[in-house]
Design a protein around this ligand. Sequence first.
Ligand SMILES: NC(=O)c1ccc[n+]([C@@H]2O[C@H](COP(=O)([O-])OP(=O)(O)OC[C@H]3O[C@@H](n4cnc5c(N)ncnc54)[C@H](OP(=O)(O)O)[C@@H]3O)[C@@H](O)[C@H]2O)c1
Length: 194
Amino acid sequence: MRKLTYFIACSIDGFIGDPEGDASTMFRFIDEEFLSFIKEEYPETMPTLGRRAFGMDDLPNKRFDTIIQGRGSYDLALKEGITSPYAHLREYVASRTLTESPDPNVEIVADDLVGRVRALKAEDSPLGIYLCGGAQIAGELIDEVDEIVIKTYPLVYGSGMPMFGSGFAATEFALESVRGLNNGMVVRTYSRKR
Ligand SMILES: NC(=O)c1ccc[n+]([C@@H]2O[C@H](COP(=O)([O-])OP(=O)(O)OC[C@H]3O[C@@H](n4cnc5c(N)ncnc54)[C@H](OP(=O)(O)O)[C@@H]3O)[C@@H](O)[C@H]2O)c1
């Protein structure tokens, strides 16, 4: 069974964006050390346009071959006219309103989201599934999440979009690794306690 990994950027106080979900204030921390980290560890989490801009086009996928995101998150790309923001991955977008996929590389999941994710996890592949977010879909898939990689940026938001848009439940995860970056970021990896 391969893993579903929620790989997410957040503020010190745990928000993944402002109250509308906008996370652009985090972009200023993209520096050389951060890019080296991404290139070494998670090159496929960089959107296709970013990969081109940062000379990462040729890097093979290291952890994931599939991405799943909610329509709210996918909309950010669609509004820019980008229909396949992660063209180097198999892309799944959860939506009940996008009746037709805007791109051959993107499959829309309208029904039984959890069942579809379970089927993807059951596939035989050495690489895992990247849960991109946002909050709503992460909340719906919390019970399927095997690993959480949290990139914490040295910013306090005060309020904003939570990491999981779900009801309260204390789910235990074990800390696997911590990596600090000189720009004040901390990357923590947690795995679900079974
Ligand atoms: N900080 C980060 O690393 C990060 C990462 C990703 C996203 N974000 C932020 O998160 C925000 C988006 O989050 P969000 O919570 O508003 O939206 P979201 O979780 O990305 O998407 C929600 C949408 O997914 C669809 N959906 C949800 N559950 C479904 C189900 N069971 N079956 C089928 N479709 C389902 C619905 O689309 P329809 O309405 O079309 O039915 C729903 O409106 C963005 O603003 C983005 O900036 C931040």
